[in-house]
Design a protein around this ligand. Structure first.
Ligand code: HGY
Ligand code: MN
Ligand code: MN
Length: 406
């Protein structure tokens, strides 16, 4: 029997594995990640699955069916800094709850089910995201394993320290045809479902994203002696860039642009900042709109740097295009929502998800669950147990009625 109470308790249990005292931060291949993996492995085994951690650190549970291709479910187990406890975790725990309900009834389906707890979707520790789902999709360039974190530790070294063998990466990739579809339950992280009084929604597409890093090189100097007209202040230049990026994003209602992280060096009160590094994150439901925004941002940042006589380096960290959900899967999800007695609300996802990577090997679908005020990437992120119940019931109904395309 599905238990929404257990879903909520398990999200709470996972939230206790955090590097942040009094809050939730769990990054890829950390001690906290290992502890969360152990919890999830246990829950998967209790639900009748074979469960293990793959070579890139994903937790993978498999519930055999009468035939080979699997219906893949899941979400991510890593979090942003000072995160909410449902972004990612709700999808993993709800999928396990659905398999547990099948196992309790000793019910097997015409297809296998895999539940994956992806190790890295947020990309907080290393400046690259979706390592787990890209590896499963066979879309991870081994060179990426050289990427280092703020402490200079490479992904390869972190994998080894976690007890994993990077050489096993090639075995993580699924063969084409082995995954019939990927379906993810996730909180909406937006205000639409709440505004319309709906517990769940069917996602139409996942917006594309561009993540960039800008380094401005000015000249450090004495804050008390350098006249204003002789300064090459990297932080003042960055401040002008941030407002330019905001202006570019505001120019189109479908576009969003964020400077989420900025660091000024050397970072002393009486030193003119010599170097500044900041990030840019653009999202849009149309790739050409996002590319245009990236082009405008590059031009404006370079013009500001030139005007202020500061050096400028712009790196593209990662880009993933819009990932459309498959109509045949959306209609099966919609049927499940309707059968649960709710109107079917279709909506796009402004947030990125692992389905963007898995789309390389399978059609994708997403079921959104209402979250309070649409708040996410924030400890105030919250859902009700009643909505968790609707989400899990809808997902289970989708699973039990899942039909492979003719
Ligand atoms: O950034 C995102 O959209 C996702 O939370 N990784
Ligand atoms: Mn997130
Ligand atoms: Mn997420």
């Amino acid at each position: 029997m599905l238990s929404a109470e257990r879903i909520m308790q398990r999200c709470d249990a996972l939230a206790r594995h955090s590097e942040l005292p009094g809050g939730l931060t769990r990054v890829f291949l950390s001690r906290e990640n290992r502890a969360a993996n152990e919890l999830v492995l246990g829950w998967m085994r209790e639900a009748g699955m074979q469960a293990s951690v793959d070579a890139i650190g994903n937790v993978v549970g498999r519930y055999e069916g009468q035939q080979q291709p699997c219906l893949m479910l899941g979400s991510h187990l890593d979090t942003v800094r000072d995160a909410g406890r449902y972004d990612g975790m709700l999808g993993v725990v709800s999928a396990i709850e659905c398999v547990a309900a099948l196992h309790e009834r000793r019910k097997r389906l015409p297809f296998a089910i895999e539940v994956v707890g992806f190790g890295d979707e947020e990309g907080v520790r290393f400046a690259t995201t979706m390592l787990g789902s890209r590896a499963i999709a066979g879309a991870l360039d081994p060179a990426v394993l050289k990427t280092t974190d703020a402490a200079g530790v490479s992904i390869e070294e972190a994998l080894r320290a976690f007890g994993l063998d990077p050489a096993g990466m090639r075995d993580v990739a699924r063969k084409k045809g082995s995954v019939a579809a990927y379906a993810e339950l996730h909180i909406e992280q937006g205000p639409v479902l709440e505004a319309e009084g709906l517990p769940v929604g069917v996602v139409t597409a996942i917006n594309g994203f561009s993540r960039l890093r800008v380094t401005l090189q000015g000249e450090a100097g004495h804050a008390g002696t350098v006249p204003m007209n002789l300064r090459r202040d990297a932080l003042a230049a960055a401040a002008e860039c941030v407002l330019a990026i905001e202006r570019i994003a505001r120019a189109d209602v479908d576009l969003v642009g964020t400077v989420g992280r900025i660091e000024a060096r050397p970072g002393a009160i009486n030193v003119i900042p010599g170097e500044v590094q900041f990030t840019i994150d653009f999202r849009a439901p149309r790739d050409e709109l996002r590319m245009q925004a990236v082009g405008s941002a590059r031009a404006e940042v370079e013009a500001i740097a030139e005007k202020r006589h500061v050096g400028c380096r712009i790196e593209m960290l990662q880009e993933l295009g819009v990932a459309a959900c498959a109509p045949w899967l959306m209609s099966q999800l919609a049927r499940a929502v309707a059968a649960e007695g709710f109107p079917v609300r279709k909506l796009p996802s402004g947030a990125g998800h692992d389905g963007m990577a898995l789309k390389n090997i399978a059609d994708i679908a997403m079921l959104f669950v209402r979250c309070k005020g649409g708040i996410s990437h924030n400890p105030a992120e919250s859902i009700t147990e009643a909505d968790a119940a609707v989400g899990a019931r809808t997902l289970l109904r989708f699973i039990e009625n899942f039909e492979l395309p003719a």
